[in-house]
Design a protein around this ligand. Structure first.
Ligand code: F6P
Length: 363
């Protein structure tokens, strides 16, 4: 009997999602003769009337190099804690997971592939525990999942930020300015660290190393004295001072359970302006880091993840997530994958390399 497999993308978009979808569809149809349906807008598409469409070889033609996700995504639709509006205009969180199970049955899905970050994978694990044959595919530009050596989208983000730093250097140098560049990275500073090293930053601030402002000012002061009259500071959005806290735009309670960070760049720029007396500007790269075409590395990794996800279904290895381990793409339990974050080691080789290159980490 022909299997029907369903696939959805959840959480923030990320370069390489379409390459995963294409990898799944091509492998499922060409190698196994299965049917594939794409669920629209993440788990949201499985609440209420299901929203889905059949994915054929034709519908994934030409999408390998495209950013975003052809299926749409949502980071609001946790079916175990789903926001519904009440008559008085207030919202209430309710468990609608039974609707998800019914809809999967109605679609005739023999397996579900959930492509997403921490939040999506936790939902996938909870559905697996309720009997849904689930396969997870990890996605985050932050590269903060321990269970895989690297996530697709991360290298694309690093290359976008590095190009931005190269461009900002010319303005900083021409105008003798300090430019503070705020980049993504909630809990892990990988994007700031690697793009900062590649883009020759003078200061890198990451969540793993709470910073002391006076150390940064001393380092940049010394740089000025030595004749460099401009500076580039890269700040991860989750960075914070030793005696302070992360800067938030919205608390979790007002943002569907996830706090929205942002603003640390402006805070650092204001303090630098004071202590250096140098014109200081701030650039927040924001979603530029997530958009557009994936690099060749990310296209290949995402394609491998898609192919492997289909193979795990063929082997009935449910409850597993695809992961890169060394040279191989393999399966690991989703439960172990969501348990541990991959954070920068403050004493590790990359940070020490940066320090040897005269980059200051605010310590
Ligand atoms: O998890 C990836 C990420 O890019 C984070 O670094 C960032 O905080 C978040 O997404 C932003 O998400 P949103 O677009 O929902 O505000």
């Amino acid at each position: 009997m022909t299997k029907t497999i369903a696939i959805l993308t959840g959480g923030g978009d990320c370069p390489g999602l379409n390459a995963v979808i294409r990898g799944v569809v091509r492998t499922a149809i060409r190698c196994y003769g299965w049917r594939v349906v794409g669920i629209e807008d993440g788990f949201d598409g499985l609440v209420g009337n299901p929203r889905y469409r059949e994915l054929t070889l034709g519908s994934v033609r030409g999408i390998l190099q495209r950013g975003g996700t052809i299926l749409g995504t949502s980071n609001r639709g946790n079916p175990f804690s789903y926001a519904v509006e009440k008559d008085d205009g207030s919202t209430e969180l309710i468990d609608v997971s039974a609707q998800v199970l019914d809809n999967l049955r109605q679609i005739g899905a023999d397996a579900l592939i959930a492509v997403g970050g921490d939040g999506t994978l936790k939902i996938a694990q909870a559905l697996y525990e309720r009997g849904v044959p689930v396969i997870g595919v990890p996605k985050t530009i932050d590269n903060d999942l321990r269970a895989t050596d690297i996530t697709f989208g991360y290298r694309t983000a690093v290359s976008i930020v590095t190009e931005a730093l190269d461009r900002l250097h010319t303005t900083a140098e021409s105008h003798q300015r300090a430019i503070v560049v705020e980049v993504m990275g909630r809990d892990a500073g990988w994007i700031a660290l690697e793009s900062g090293i590649a883009g020759s930053a003078d200061v890198i601030l990451i969540p793993e190393i709470p910073y002391a402002m006076e150390r940064i000012c001393d380092a940049l002061e010394a740089r000025c004295q030595a004749g460099s009259r401009f500076s580039i500071v890269v700040v991860a959005e989750g960075a914070y001072p030793i005696a302070g806290d992360k800067v938030r735009q919205k608390q979790a309670a007002e943002n569907f359970g996830v706090e929205r960070l942002g603003g640390i760049g402006a805070a650092v720029a204001a303090e630098l302006n004071e202590c250096l007396g140098m014109e200081t500007r701030v650039v927040t790269l924001g979603h530029l880091q997530r958009g557009g075409s994936p690099t060749p590395y990310d296209r290949i990794l995402a394609s491998r993840f898609g192919v492997r996800a289909a193979e795990l279904i063929a082997a009935s290895s449910f409850g597993q997530m695809v992961a890169l381990k060394g040279q191989s793409v393999t399966g690991v339990p989703i439960a172990s994958a969501v348990a541990q974050l991959n954070r920068v080691d403050p004493q590790g080789e990359l940070v020490r390399t940066g320090e040897s290159l005269a980059i200051n980490f605010g310590r």
